[in-house]
Design a protein around this ligand. Structure first.
Ligand SMILES: [Zn+2]
Length: 106
């Protein structure tokens, strides 16, 4: 679901979100619930003095920034949250696998 969402983000915004990931933008998640067709997320993206509220669900995504409000497009903050969540999920899977490998080796 998050990968599909990222596929709909325009290239320039995708690039700025990646740069944000690299620059250490913060994703403060307030709500993360796994549902039948994906995940429901709500929280805040923070960097320098900026704060934006982002929410993502299988039904769609929204952000409090001007880009989303004025143009109605998937903005770089939504893209950033999707990237941060995918990265988090990948790290969790990797950690889980390492625990299993340690157990298998005993
Ligand atoms: Zn935004």
């Amino acid at each position: 679901m998050l990968r599909k969402l990222l596929g709909k983000v325009e290239a320039g915004r995708f690039g700025r979100a990646l740069a944000g990931l690299q620059a250490g933008w913060q994703w403060e998640v307030r709500h993360r619930v796994f549902v039948a067709r994906g995940v429901e997320l709500r929280g805040k993206v923070k960097y320098s003095s900026k704060v934006y509220s982002v929410s993502i669900s299988p039904k769609g995504a929204s952000c409090s920034c001007d880009d989303f409000i004025n143009r109605g497009v998937l903005c770089m903050h939504i893209a950033f949250v999707a990237m941060a969540e995918l990265s988090h999920e990948a790290a969790e899977r990797s950690a889980h696998r390492q625990v299993q490998e340690v157990r298998a080796g005993q």
